[in-house]
Design a protein around this ligand. Structure first.
Ligand SMILES: [Zn+2]
Length: 112
């Protein structure tokens, strides 16, 4: 009885995952942007804690202590984010579009 329940839940999880990958590109993009926002705020905490400046480069590996759960990766390619300049924020390793939208959301009123 319990096993059957676990199987159903697992199958449901797989279905949702497959469905999410194939049909909801927007959701992937949103998750990636959220990941980059999490990395950015973690990088700011790291900067303050280590007395760094916004021009310092930080490796997301070092931000693990600030982030709960597993390592952040772009859901599109499952690639971890590369090291980035704290002041600029992270870049998506798999889609320039993700990076562009993240930066747009970050500074919506930036003067030209
Ligand atoms: Zn991405």
């Amino acid at each position: 009885m319990k096993l059957r329940y676990i199987c159903t839940v697992t199958l449901l999880g797989i279905l949702i995952a497959v469905h999410g990958c194939s049909k909801h590109r927007d959701e992937i993009e949103i998750r990636c942007i959220e990941n980059m926002q999490i990395l950015e705020s973690a990088a700011h905490s790291y900067m303050l804690e280590h007395n760094l400046s916004p021009t310092n480069i930080v490796n997301p590996e070092r931000l693990k202590v600030f982030i709960k759960g597993s390592e952040l990766r772009c859901p599109l390619s499952n690639t971890p984010y590369p090291a980035f300049e704290i002041g600029r924020g992270p870049e998506c390793p798999s889609s320039q579009e993700h990076t562009r939208k993240y930066r747009d959301q970050r500074c919506p009123k930036q003067p030209r």
